[in-house]
Design a protein around this ligand. Structure first.
Ligand SMILES: C[S@@+](CC[C@H](N)C(=O)[O-])C[C@H]1O[C@@H](n2cnc3c(N)ncnc32)[C@H](O)[C@@H]1O
Length: 272
């Protein structure tokens, strides 16, 4: 990864994952688990057929293709920092035979797009990785048409829970959250979105929280998506330190009474 991209990527660098194919599988699974909820949220936020849509930090493009189906015959543009993920996105687009989506390399801090071009911008699991969320929002405002809609999906560690409660779980969530913070990210972004969007000048700002529980996700998926992958965000010594805790969390998940939940934050706002 080039130096400029490294500094702009905040706490997510695809190239930094020990096993990229595993991370791709995780992103693919993550694109499916809440899709019904997301489609409903897009509709409620005002996404309509024929709109011009930007999928910001589109990653491997699964969601861009979903947006393209929801907004067709409108056009979707996917933008991401990672050339590897953009290559995957192009492959996904071809495999899914989606015509109305294109992908472009770029950073949210320096969007290679003309102003006032989009009716709808979706930013999914991006803001938790950004060191400069306000700058990102200013750039999003610039590319939205007046009256255009911003929809942000993200998480907040205060809304991640697992029972039976243990020091292993709370300690690991704390440790990995601190690790992500050191890399410029923010695992508590969900509850900060309301103020961030308002201060950036968006109007009609609203934030909804949708819980996803292990009854819906299954314990294995919950642990994979919401917990285990976070070890990859740690430095090598940090990962070693986390191993005993991860072992205890896996063991606790064998308990027939084990249960967990994660809150999906959906924030919307309108550009004046
Ligand atoms: C967790 S992934 C989410 C990908 C996709 N939105 C999804 O939900 O499947 C975070 C994405 O943000 C991208 N990213 C991080 N910093 C970025 C920046 N400054 N500009 C554009 N994309 C960025 C990463 O390359 C990665 O694809």
């Amino acid at each position: 990864m080039k130096a400029r991209h490294r500094s702009e990527a905040g706490s997510y660098q695809f190239g930094a994952f020990a096993t990229e194919s595993e991370e791709l599988q995780r992103l693919k699974l993550q694109a499916t688990v809440a899709i019904k909820l997301e489609r409903e949220a897009w509709q409620a936020a005002g996404l309509r057929s024929g709109m011009r849509v930007l999928d910001l930090a589109c990653g491997p493009g699964f969601i861009s293709c979903e947006l393209a189906r929801a907004a067709g015959p409108g056009q979707v543009t996917g933008v991401d920092l990672s050339p590897e993920l953009l290559a995957t996105a192009d492959h996904v687009r071809q495999t899914e035979q989606v015509q109305n989506v294109t992908f472009t390399a770029g950073s949210v801090y320096d969007l290679p797009l003309p102003e006032a071009q989009f009716d709808f911008v979706y930013a999914r699991f991006l803001f938790q990785h950004l060191a400069r969320p306000r700058q990102a929002l200013d750039n999003i405002r610039r590319v939205l048409k007046p009256g255009g809609i911003l929809c942000v999906l993200d998480i907040d560690d205060n809304w991640t829970s697992f029972a039976p409660g243990s020091e292993a779980f709370t300690g690991f969530i704390r440790q990995s959250g601190a690790g992500q913070k050191r890399r410029g990210g923010n695992r508590l972004i969900g509850s900060q979105l309301f103020g961030l969007l308002r201060r950036a000048g968006f109007r009609n700002v609203a934030v909804r929280i949708h819980p996803l529980t292990t009854e819906e996700l299954g314990l294995r998926t919950f642990l994979g998506l919401a917990v285990m992958f976070r070890a990859q965000m740690l430095s090598k010594p940090g990962r070693l330190l986390a191993l005993p805790r991860l072992g205890k969390i896996r063991a606790a998940a064998q308990d027939p009474d084990a249960w967990g939940a994660v809150g999906i934050f959906l924030a919307t706002g309108i550009r004046d």
